[in-house]
Ligand binder design. Structure first.
Ligand code: ADP
Ligand code: MG
Length: 347
């Protein structure tokens, strides 16, 4: 038997969605799914791999505790479902298949992303080839662009919340974890303190208005981590991390950057700027020359590369490059970490 509940929109915090379409079913989950291994966990959720008995299909079951710190958090969970529903046509967002309710949890049955977190590639001794990093960043931006077009900000973009459909060959990205996502423009200005210190934008720390640019800051942090293999703002403790973020204390000169292309650094530098209004939008990022200098790929993209050969607003003044040692023969010449890997047929 299926049960469907109407949610009182008054119980939703501001900036959130209202009613959901997905029925929250109450029949025992284990009669329909076999639970297998644990895939990950956060503060209030455990995610397990499972197999639907009827079809043999794999899913990720996200168990979200209904009571947290003695408070009923059902509305927040329903909100997470509503955001996933609103992003149903966004192929870069994980799909919500079904939902169940147990005594303690609401369980979201999500499309299974078998390739794990891109976090693993940020901390690995074997970094991804630049061509792959570019492909993943482009996909991430496509997903974020569509979210932003519908007025949704994710607000918790970090390498742990960006998954891959497969590991080998490296698949496509899927954005997950919409627990902090908000709808902009519904209830006036949005100011909240949320997210993980290492990844949050300065405006969050300063309790200033949240905009779509807040997500773009996180894209800068993720891009930094993918190319350099370390977290740009992480300090010895929370206070130091907060200080690093609010002062935009970021180092592009460390050893980790010795093999990173000029264009990659330019892309990251344009995003890691304090004033949100000075950051490019997701659509603008998608036309940055870094994302296209290795040539467009064959897979279909939501946004196409810029038509003109001129780099438009992203132009890098040649004199910037002439001073630098190792400058090759064009302002866009790459000093790619693993150029040789480009020929590996990863795309
Ligand atoms: P939380 O809100 O607690 O952070 P997430 O939705 O981020 O929960 O899930 C926690 C972890 O579980 C993720 O970082 C990821 O490793 C794993 N995970 C989440 N969703 C999926 C999925 N659809 N497929 C595979 N693994 C997943
Ligand atoms: Mg998470």
């Amino acid at each position: 038997m299926m049960s469907r509940r109407r949610i009182d929109s008054r119980s939703c915090p501001p900036g959130l969605f209202g009613e959901i379409q997905t029925p929250i079913r109450t029949e025992p989950l284990d009669s329909l799914y076999d639970m297998t291994s644990e895939l990950g966990r956060g503060k209030f959720a455990v995610v397990k791999k499972c197999v639907e008995k009827a079809t043999g299909k794999e899913f990720a079951a996200k168990f979200l505790r209904k009571r947290r710190r003695g408070r009923d958090c059902r509305a927040e969970i329903v909100h997470e479902m509503a955001v996933l529903e609103a992003a149903r046509n966004n192929s870069r967002v994980v799909n919500l298949h079904a939902a169940f309710e147990t005594d303690h949890d609401i369980v979201l049955l999500l499309e299974y992303a078998a390739g794990g977190e891109i976090f693993d590639h940020c901390v690995s001794d074997e970094p991804l080839p630049e061509r792959q990093i570019i492909r993943l960043i482009r996909q991430m931006l496509e997903g974020i662009h569509l979210l932003h077009q519908s007025g949704v900000v994710h607000l918790d973009l970090k390498p742990q919340n960006i998954l891959l459909t497969s590991l080998s060959p490296l698949g496509d990205i899927k954005l997950v974890d919409f627990g902090l996502a908000r709808k902009l423009g519904t209830a006036g200005e949005l100011r909240e303190i949320l997210g993980t210190p290492e990844y949050v934008a300065p405006e969050i720390l300063n309790y200033e208005p949240i905009t779509t640019a807040t997500d773009l800051w996180s894209v800068g942090v993720i891009a930094y981590m993918l190319v350099a293999g370390e977290s740009p703002f992480l300090g010895e403790d929370k206070q130091e991390t907060f200080l690093n973020v609010s002062q935009v204390n970021v180092d592009y000169c460390r050893d980790a950057f010795s093999q990173v292309s000029e264009l990659a650094v330019d892309f990251i530098q344009k995003l890691l700027v304090k004033a949100p209004e000075d950051r490019p939008s997701a659509a603008e990022c998608l036309s940055h020359p870094w994302l296209w200098h290795l040539g467009p790929e064959s897979e279909s993209s939501i946004l196409r590369p810029p038509r003109e050969r001129s780099m438009g607003k992203w132009a890098v003044p040649p004199e910037d490059c002439e001073d630098k040692e190792n400058f090759l023969d064009s302002p866009y010449a790459k000093r790619v970490r693993l150029e040789e890997a480009v020929g590996e047929g990863c795309l």
